[in-house]
Design a protein around this ligand. Structure first.
Ligand code: CAA
Length: 379
Protein backbone atom coordinates (compact mmCIF):
# COMPACT_ATOMS: atom_id res chain seq x y z
CA UNK A 1 0.00 0.00 0.00
CA UNK A 2 1.20 3.46 -0.86
CA UNK A 3 -0.51 6.40 0.85
CA UNK A 4 1.67 9.08 -0.75
CA UNK A 5 0.54 11.47 -3.47
CA UNK A 6 2.43 11.73 -6.75
CA UNK A 7 4.34 14.93 -7.55
CA UNK A 8 1.64 15.82 -10.09
CA UNK A 9 -1.13 15.33 -7.53
CA UNK A 10 0.75 17.51 -5.03
CA UNK A 11 1.11 20.26 -7.63
CA UNK A 12 -2.60 20.18 -8.45
CA UNK A 13 -3.46 20.22 -4.76
CA UNK A 14 -1.22 23.26 -4.28
CA UNK A 15 -2.76 25.06 -7.28
CA UNK A 16 -6.26 24.50 -5.88
CA UNK A 17 -5.18 25.62 -2.39
CA UNK A 18 -3.65 28.83 -3.77
CA UNK A 19 -6.72 29.51 -5.91
CA UNK A 20 -9.06 28.97 -2.95
CA UNK A 21 -7.05 31.25 -0.66
CA UNK A 22 -6.35 34.00 -3.20
CA UNK A 23 -9.49 34.02 -5.31
CA UNK A 24 -12.34 32.38 -3.40
CA UNK A 25 -11.72 33.54 0.16
CA UNK A 26 -11.86 37.33 -0.35
CA UNK A 27 -15.52 37.48 -1.49
CA UNK A 28 -16.91 34.35 0.11
CA UNK A 29 -18.82 36.02 2.97
CA UNK A 30 -20.47 38.56 0.65
CA UNK A 31 -21.43 35.93 -1.92
CA UNK A 32 -23.00 33.82 0.84
CA UNK A 33 -24.89 36.76 2.33
CA UNK A 34 -26.18 38.16 -0.97
CA UNK A 35 -26.56 34.79 -2.72
CA UNK A 36 -24.20 35.82 -5.50
CA UNK A 37 -23.16 33.23 -8.06
CA UNK A 38 -19.30 33.19 -8.36
CA UNK A 39 -19.32 33.95 -12.08
CA UNK A 40 -15.81 35.35 -12.37
CA UNK A 41 -14.40 32.65 -10.09
CA UNK A 42 -16.03 29.95 -12.25
CA UNK A 43 -14.46 31.48 -15.35
CA UNK A 44 -11.03 31.31 -13.68
CA UNK A 45 -11.60 27.73 -12.54
CA UNK A 46 -12.35 26.88 -16.17
CA UNK A 47 -9.01 28.41 -17.18
CA UNK A 48 -7.26 26.33 -14.54
CA UNK A 49 -8.84 23.17 -15.93
CA UNK A 50 -10.95 22.51 -12.81
CA UNK A 51 -14.25 22.13 -14.68
CA UNK A 52 -13.32 19.15 -16.85
CA UNK A 53 -10.66 17.54 -14.71
CA UNK A 54 -11.13 13.91 -15.69
CA UNK A 55 -12.13 14.54 -19.31
CA UNK A 56 -9.83 13.32 -22.05
CA UNK A 57 -7.71 16.24 -23.42
CA UNK A 58 -9.08 15.49 -26.90
CA UNK A 59 -12.40 16.91 -25.61
CA UNK A 60 -10.74 19.86 -23.89
CA UNK A 61 -10.35 18.25 -20.46
CA UNK A 62 -7.37 17.96 -18.12
CA UNK A 63 -7.12 14.16 -18.40
CA UNK A 64 -6.44 13.71 -14.69
CA UNK A 65 -7.36 10.91 -12.33
CA UNK A 66 -10.23 10.90 -9.84
CA UNK A 67 -7.88 11.35 -6.90
CA UNK A 68 -6.62 14.64 -8.37
CA UNK A 69 -10.23 15.74 -8.75
CA UNK A 70 -10.93 14.83 -5.12
CA UNK A 71 -7.86 16.80 -3.96
CA UNK A 72 -9.09 19.88 -5.83
CA UNK A 73 -12.63 19.47 -4.45
CA UNK A 74 -11.22 19.21 -0.93
CA UNK A 75 -9.15 22.40 -1.23
CA UNK A 76 -11.95 24.46 -2.80
CA UNK A 77 -14.49 23.21 -0.25
CA UNK A 78 -12.30 24.20 2.70
CA UNK A 79 -13.04 27.77 1.70
CA UNK A 80 -16.14 27.92 -0.50
CA UNK A 81 -18.55 25.01 -0.86
CA UNK A 82 -20.79 27.09 -3.14
CA UNK A 83 -18.02 27.15 -5.71
CA UNK A 84 -17.04 23.54 -5.19
CA UNK A 85 -20.55 22.19 -5.84
CA UNK A 86 -20.44 23.87 -9.26
CA UNK A 87 -17.17 22.04 -9.91
CA UNK A 88 -18.58 18.76 -8.63
CA UNK A 89 -21.78 18.81 -10.70
CA UNK A 90 -19.97 19.87 -13.86
CA UNK A 91 -17.21 17.27 -13.48
CA UNK A 92 -18.75 14.17 -12.03
CA UNK A 93 -22.31 14.36 -13.27
CA UNK A 94 -22.34 16.36 -16.50
CA UNK A 95 -18.90 15.81 -18.07
CA UNK A 96 -18.44 12.26 -16.84
CA UNK A 97 -21.96 11.25 -17.91
CA UNK A 98 -21.50 12.72 -21.39
CA UNK A 99 -18.00 11.38 -21.91
CA UNK A 100 -18.90 7.87 -20.75
CA UNK A 101 -22.30 7.45 -22.40
CA UNK A 102 -22.63 10.23 -25.00
CA UNK A 103 -22.25 9.88 -28.76
CA UNK A 104 -19.24 11.30 -30.56
CA UNK A 105 -21.29 14.19 -31.91
CA UNK A 106 -22.72 14.97 -28.43
CA UNK A 107 -19.16 15.08 -27.12
CA UNK A 108 -18.04 17.35 -29.94
CA UNK A 109 -20.99 19.66 -29.54
CA UNK A 110 -21.36 19.84 -25.74
CA UNK A 111 -18.52 18.15 -23.86
CA UNK A 112 -15.75 20.28 -25.34
CA UNK A 113 -17.36 23.48 -24.11
CA UNK A 114 -18.31 21.98 -20.74
CA UNK A 115 -14.84 20.59 -20.07
CA UNK A 116 -13.13 23.93 -20.68
CA UNK A 117 -15.70 25.81 -18.61
CA UNK A 118 -16.88 27.86 -21.57
CA UNK A 119 -20.31 26.72 -20.44
CA UNK A 120 -21.53 24.76 -17.42
CA UNK A 121 -24.22 22.12 -17.09
CA UNK A 122 -26.88 20.72 -14.79
CA UNK A 123 -28.11 17.28 -13.85
CA UNK A 124 -31.91 17.24 -13.60
CA UNK A 125 -33.24 14.20 -11.77
CA UNK A 126 -35.12 15.53 -8.72
CA UNK A 127 -38.72 16.60 -8.96
CA UNK A 128 -41.30 17.98 -6.51
CA UNK A 129 -42.44 14.37 -5.91
CA UNK A 130 -39.32 12.41 -6.88
CA UNK A 131 -36.32 13.01 -4.65
CA UNK A 132 -35.00 9.88 -2.98
CA UNK A 133 -37.56 7.80 -4.87
CA UNK A 134 -35.92 8.58 -8.18
CA UNK A 135 -37.87 6.06 -10.29
CA UNK A 136 -41.12 8.02 -9.71
CA UNK A 137 -40.46 10.46 -12.55
CA UNK A 138 -43.46 12.64 -13.44
CA UNK A 139 -41.61 14.58 -16.15
CA UNK A 140 -42.48 13.03 -19.49
CA UNK A 141 -40.52 12.76 -22.71
CA UNK A 142 -43.11 11.69 -25.27
CA UNK A 143 -41.71 9.99 -28.33
CA UNK A 144 -42.74 11.93 -31.43
CA UNK A 145 -40.65 10.12 -34.02
CA UNK A 146 -37.67 12.36 -34.69
CA UNK A 147 -37.93 14.21 -31.37
CA UNK A 148 -39.22 14.02 -27.80
CA UNK A 149 -41.74 16.41 -26.33
CA UNK A 150 -40.63 17.23 -22.81
CA UNK A 151 -43.11 18.26 -20.09
CA UNK A 152 -42.67 18.63 -16.35
CA UNK A 153 -40.80 20.35 -13.53
CA UNK A 154 -37.38 19.62 -12.05
CA UNK A 155 -36.50 20.83 -8.55
CA UNK A 156 -33.39 22.02 -6.67
CA UNK A 157 -31.25 22.14 -9.77
CA UNK A 158 -27.67 23.24 -9.08
CA UNK A 159 -26.42 25.79 -11.67
CA UNK A 160 -30.10 26.21 -12.67
CA UNK A 161 -29.99 29.68 -14.21
CA UNK A 162 -26.28 29.78 -15.07
CA UNK A 163 -26.01 26.61 -17.14
CA UNK A 164 -26.34 26.32 -20.91
CA UNK A 165 -26.74 22.55 -21.06
CA UNK A 166 -29.13 20.44 -19.00
CA UNK A 167 -29.15 16.65 -18.67
CA UNK A 168 -32.81 15.91 -18.01
CA UNK A 169 -34.19 12.56 -16.84
CA UNK A 170 -37.78 11.90 -17.96
CA UNK A 171 -40.30 9.11 -18.41
CA UNK A 172 -41.02 8.02 -21.97
CA UNK A 173 -42.89 4.74 -21.46
CA UNK A 174 -44.71 4.55 -18.13
CA UNK A 175 -45.59 0.87 -18.56
CA UNK A 176 -41.91 -0.02 -18.59
CA UNK A 177 -41.38 1.80 -15.25
CA UNK A 178 -37.71 2.71 -14.76
CA UNK A 179 -36.79 0.86 -17.94
CA UNK A 180 -38.89 3.43 -19.83
CA UNK A 181 -36.90 6.44 -18.56
CA UNK A 182 -34.61 8.49 -20.84
CA UNK A 183 -31.83 11.05 -20.31
CA UNK A 184 -31.97 14.00 -22.72
CA UNK A 185 -29.65 16.90 -23.42
CA UNK A 186 -31.66 20.12 -23.36
CA UNK A 187 -30.24 23.48 -24.36
CA UNK A 188 -30.93 26.71 -22.49
CA UNK A 189 -33.22 28.92 -24.55
CA UNK A 190 -35.22 26.04 -26.05
CA UNK A 191 -38.80 27.10 -26.70
CA UNK A 192 -41.05 26.18 -23.76
CA UNK A 193 -38.14 25.95 -21.30
CA UNK A 194 -38.48 28.25 -18.30
CA UNK A 195 -36.23 28.85 -15.30
CA UNK A 196 -38.20 29.00 -12.03
CA UNK A 197 -37.40 31.22 -9.04
CA UNK A 198 -34.09 30.92 -7.21
CA UNK A 199 -34.17 28.97 -3.93
CA UNK A 200 -33.31 30.92 -0.75
CA UNK A 201 -31.12 28.34 0.97
CA UNK A 202 -29.64 27.62 4.41
CA UNK A 203 -26.19 26.94 2.97
CA UNK A 204 -24.19 26.93 -0.27
CA UNK A 205 -25.98 30.21 -0.89
CA UNK A 206 -23.59 31.31 -3.64
CA UNK A 207 -24.63 28.38 -5.78
CA UNK A 208 -27.53 28.94 -8.07
CA UNK A 209 -30.42 26.56 -7.30
CA UNK A 210 -33.66 26.73 -9.28
CA UNK A 211 -36.61 24.71 -10.43
CA UNK A 212 -36.72 24.21 -14.19
CA UNK A 213 -40.00 24.01 -16.04
CA UNK A 214 -40.53 22.28 -19.40
CA UNK A 215 -43.68 22.95 -21.42
CA UNK A 216 -43.76 21.07 -24.72
CA UNK A 217 -40.01 21.46 -25.21
CA UNK A 218 -38.91 19.77 -28.45
CA UNK A 219 -35.74 17.75 -27.93
CA UNK A 220 -34.20 16.10 -31.02
CA UNK A 221 -33.72 12.33 -30.80
CA UNK A 222 -29.98 12.76 -31.34
CA UNK A 223 -29.92 14.43 -27.89
CA UNK A 224 -30.87 11.23 -26.07
CA UNK A 225 -28.01 9.75 -24.06
CA UNK A 226 -27.64 6.01 -24.63
CA UNK A 227 -30.29 3.62 -25.91
CA UNK A 228 -34.03 4.09 -25.41
CA UNK A 229 -34.81 3.36 -21.76
CA UNK A 230 -31.23 3.83 -20.48
CA UNK A 231 -32.05 7.04 -18.56
CA UNK A 232 -32.44 5.59 -15.06
CA UNK A 233 -29.26 3.54 -15.29
CA UNK A 234 -27.51 6.60 -16.66
CA UNK A 235 -28.65 8.54 -13.59
CA UNK A 236 -27.60 5.81 -11.14
CA UNK A 237 -24.20 5.19 -12.71
CA UNK A 238 -23.49 8.91 -12.91
CA UNK A 239 -24.60 9.56 -9.34
CA UNK A 240 -22.34 6.79 -8.06
CA UNK A 241 -19.35 8.91 -9.13
CA UNK A 242 -21.08 12.15 -8.14
CA UNK A 243 -21.15 10.83 -4.59
CA UNK A 244 -17.34 10.72 -4.54
CA UNK A 245 -17.37 14.41 -5.48
CA UNK A 246 -19.81 15.31 -2.70
CA UNK A 247 -17.87 13.14 -0.23
CA UNK A 248 -14.75 15.17 -1.06
CA UNK A 249 -16.74 18.37 -0.66
CA UNK A 250 -17.81 17.21 2.82
CA UNK A 251 -14.21 16.28 3.62
CA UNK A 252 -13.07 19.75 2.57
CA UNK A 253 -15.74 21.53 4.63
CA UNK A 254 -14.74 19.48 7.69
CA UNK A 255 -11.04 20.15 7.15
CA UNK A 256 -11.62 23.87 6.62
CA UNK A 257 -13.57 24.13 9.89
CA UNK A 258 -11.01 22.04 11.77
CA UNK A 259 -8.07 24.14 10.57
CA UNK A 260 -9.83 27.34 11.62
CA UNK A 261 -10.70 25.86 15.02
CA UNK A 262 -7.14 24.62 15.55
CA UNK A 263 -5.68 28.05 14.82
CA UNK A 264 -8.27 29.83 16.93
CA UNK A 265 -7.71 27.47 19.89
CA UNK A 266 -3.97 28.21 19.82
CA UNK A 267 -4.53 31.99 19.83
CA UNK A 268 -7.58 32.59 21.99
CA UNK A 269 -6.85 32.83 25.71
CA UNK A 270 -9.17 31.97 28.61
CA UNK A 271 -8.36 31.35 32.28
CA UNK A 272 -4.80 32.59 31.72
CA UNK A 273 -3.80 30.30 28.84
CA UNK A 274 -4.58 29.44 25.21
CA UNK A 275 -7.82 27.48 25.12
CA UNK A 276 -6.04 24.58 23.34
CA UNK A 277 -4.34 23.94 26.71
CA UNK A 278 -7.70 23.08 28.21
CA UNK A 279 -8.43 19.40 27.80
CA UNK A 280 -12.08 20.09 26.91
CA UNK A 281 -10.85 21.83 23.75
CA UNK A 282 -7.81 19.62 23.07
CA UNK A 283 -9.99 16.50 23.09
CA UNK A 284 -12.45 18.07 20.66
CA UNK A 285 -9.51 18.76 18.31
CA UNK A 286 -8.28 15.19 18.73
CA UNK A 287 -11.70 13.80 17.80
CA UNK A 288 -12.03 16.11 14.81
CA UNK A 289 -8.58 15.24 13.50
CA UNK A 290 -9.17 11.49 13.86
CA UNK A 291 -12.59 11.53 12.23
CA UNK A 292 -11.40 13.69 9.33
CA UNK A 293 -8.49 11.34 8.70
CA UNK A 294 -10.84 8.34 8.69
CA UNK A 295 -13.16 10.15 6.27
CA UNK A 296 -10.19 11.03 4.05
CA UNK A 297 -9.19 7.37 3.81
CA UNK A 298 -12.72 6.42 2.71
CA UNK A 299 -12.89 9.24 0.17
CA UNK A 300 -9.47 8.57 -1.36
CA UNK A 301 -10.19 4.84 -1.44
CA UNK A 302 -13.39 5.41 -3.42
CA UNK A 303 -11.49 7.64 -5.87
CA UNK A 304 -8.82 4.96 -6.16
CA UNK A 305 -11.49 2.33 -6.84
CA UNK A 306 -12.82 4.46 -9.69
CA UNK A 307 -9.33 4.98 -11.10
CA UNK A 308 -8.57 1.26 -10.89
CA UNK A 309 -11.76 0.33 -12.73
CA UNK A 310 -13.20 -1.35 -9.60
CA UNK A 311 -16.86 -1.02 -8.71
CA UNK A 312 -17.22 2.10 -6.56
CA UNK A 313 -20.94 2.05 -5.70
CA UNK A 314 -20.21 0.78 -2.19
CA UNK A 315 -17.01 2.70 -1.43
CA UNK A 316 -18.49 5.94 -2.83
CA UNK A 317 -21.65 5.56 -0.75
CA UNK A 318 -19.64 4.81 2.42
CA UNK A 319 -17.36 7.78 1.73
CA UNK A 320 -20.32 10.14 1.27
CA UNK A 321 -22.22 8.80 4.28
CA UNK A 322 -19.29 9.10 6.64
CA UNK A 323 -17.62 12.26 5.31
CA UNK A 324 -20.92 14.18 5.40
CA UNK A 325 -21.51 13.07 8.99
CA UNK A 326 -17.98 14.17 9.91
CA UNK A 327 -18.55 17.50 8.12
CA UNK A 328 -21.67 18.14 10.18
CA UNK A 329 -20.13 17.12 13.51
CA UNK A 330 -16.82 18.89 12.90
CA UNK A 331 -18.39 22.17 11.86
CA UNK A 332 -20.69 22.18 14.90
CA UNK A 333 -17.65 21.62 17.15
CA UNK A 334 -15.67 24.30 15.29
CA UNK A 335 -18.44 26.81 16.06
CA UNK A 336 -18.40 25.65 19.70
CA UNK A 337 -14.62 26.12 19.98
CA UNK A 338 -14.99 29.64 18.58
CA UNK A 339 -17.67 30.43 21.20
CA UNK A 340 -19.44 33.74 20.48
CA UNK A 341 -17.09 34.41 17.58
CA UNK A 342 -18.27 31.19 15.98
CA UNK A 343 -21.76 32.61 15.79
CA UNK A 344 -20.79 35.61 13.66
CA UNK A 345 -20.00 35.58 9.97
CA UNK A 346 -16.46 37.01 10.03
CA UNK A 347 -14.99 33.81 11.46
CA UNK A 348 -16.29 31.58 8.60
CA UNK A 349 -17.19 28.56 10.73
CA UNK A 350 -20.93 29.34 10.94
CA UNK A 351 -21.03 29.34 7.11
CA UNK A 352 -19.17 26.04 6.95
CA UNK A 353 -21.68 24.59 9.43
CA UNK A 354 -24.61 25.72 7.27
CA UNK A 355 -22.86 24.45 4.12
CA UNK A 356 -22.14 21.05 5.68
CA UNK A 357 -25.83 20.13 6.01
CA UNK A 358 -26.48 19.78 2.29
CA UNK A 359 -23.79 17.11 1.96
CA UNK A 360 -26.09 14.80 3.96
CA UNK A 361 -28.93 15.51 1.54
CA UNK A 362 -27.98 16.00 -2.12
CA UNK A 363 -26.83 13.31 -4.54
CA UNK A 364 -28.57 10.82 -2.27
CA UNK A 365 -29.44 11.46 1.38
CA UNK A 366 -27.56 9.62 4.14
CA UNK A 367 -30.54 7.27 4.36
CA UNK A 368 -30.22 6.48 0.62
CA UNK A 369 -26.49 5.80 1.10
CA UNK A 370 -27.45 3.30 3.81
CA UNK A 371 -29.82 1.59 1.35
CA UNK A 372 -26.98 1.32 -1.18
CA UNK A 373 -24.51 0.08 1.46
CA UNK A 374 -26.88 -2.41 3.11
CA UNK A 375 -28.01 -3.84 -0.24
CA UNK A 376 -24.39 -4.26 -1.22
CA UNK A 377 -23.34 -6.09 1.93
CA UNK A 378 -26.50 -8.21 2.08
CA UNK A 379 -26.29 -9.31 -1.55
N1 CAA B 1 -25.36 1.45 -11.28
C1 CAA B 1 -26.03 0.84 -12.29
N2 CAA B 1 -27.33 0.47 -12.20
C2 CAA B 1 -27.98 0.72 -11.05
C3 CAA B 1 -27.34 1.34 -9.96
C4 CAA B 1 -25.97 1.71 -10.11
N3 CAA B 1 -25.29 2.32 -9.12
N4 CAA B 1 -28.23 1.45 -8.95
C5 CAA B 1 -29.39 0.92 -9.39
N5 CAA B 1 -29.23 0.49 -10.66
C6 CAA B 1 -30.20 -0.19 -11.53
C7 CAA B 1 -30.62 -1.52 -10.95
O1 CAA B 1 -29.71 -2.54 -11.31
C8 CAA B 1 -31.98 -1.73 -11.57
O2 CAA B 1 -31.88 -2.15 -12.90
P1 CAA B 1 -32.13 -3.71 -13.34
O3 CAA B 1 -33.48 -4.08 -12.81
O4 CAA B 1 -32.04 -3.68 -14.81
O5 CAA B 1 -31.04 -4.49 -12.68
C9 CAA B 1 -32.52 -0.30 -11.63
O6 CAA B 1 -31.40 0.57 -11.59
C10 CAA B 1 -33.45 0.02 -10.48
O7 CAA B 1 -32.71 -0.17 -9.30
P2 CAA B 1 -33.40 -0.41 -7.89
O8 CAA B 1 -34.43 -1.48 -7.98
O9 CAA B 1 -32.32 -0.58 -6.90
O10 CAA B 1 -34.20 0.97 -7.70
P3 CAA B 1 -34.85 1.61 -6.42
O11 CAA B 1 -36.12 2.24 -6.80
O12 CAA B 1 -34.86 0.63 -5.29
O13 CAA B 1 -33.85 2.84 -6.11
C11 CAA B 1 -32.06 3.97 -5.06
C12 CAA B 1 -32.54 2.70 -5.76
C13 CAA B 1 -30.62 3.68 -4.70
C14 CAA B 1 -32.86 4.26 -3.80
C15 CAA B 1 -32.16 5.15 -6.05
O14 CAA B 1 -33.48 5.52 -6.33
C16 CAA B 1 -31.41 6.39 -5.60
O15 CAA B 1 -30.20 6.45 -5.70
N6 CAA B 1 -32.13 7.41 -5.08
C17 CAA B 1 -31.53 8.69 -4.73
C18 CAA B 1 -31.53 9.64 -5.88
C19 CAA B 1 -30.52 10.73 -5.72
O16 CAA B 1 -29.37 10.49 -5.41
N7 CAA B 1 -30.95 11.95 -6.01
C20 CAA B 1 -30.04 13.05 -6.01
C21 CAA B 1 -30.46 14.09 -6.99
S1 CAA B 1 -29.21 14.68 -8.03
C22 CAA B 1 -28.46 15.95 -7.20
O17 CAA B 1 -28.59 16.13 -6.03
C23 CAA B 1 -27.58 16.75 -8.09
C24 CAA B 1 -27.25 18.13 -7.69
O18 CAA B 1 -27.69 19.09 -8.34
C25 CAA B 1 -26.26 18.37 -6.62
Amino acid sequence: MDFSLTEEQKLIQRAARDFAQNELLPGVIERDEKQLFPKEEVRKMGELGFLGMMVNPKYGGSGLDTLSYVLVMEELSKVDASSSVIVSVNNSLVCWGLETFGTESQKEKYLKKLATGEIIGTFCLSEPEAGSDATSQKTTATDKGDHYLLNGTKNWITNGSSADVHLVIAQTDKDKKYRGINALIVEKGSEGFEIGPKENKLGIRGSDTHSLIFNDVKVPKENRIGKDGFGFKFAMKTLAGGRIGIASQALGIATGAYELALKYAQERKAFGTEISNHQAIAFKLADMHTQIQAARHLVYKSAWDKDMGNNYDLSGAMAKLYASQVAMETTIEAVQIHGGNGFVKDYHVERLMRDAKITQIYEGTSEIQKIVISRSILN
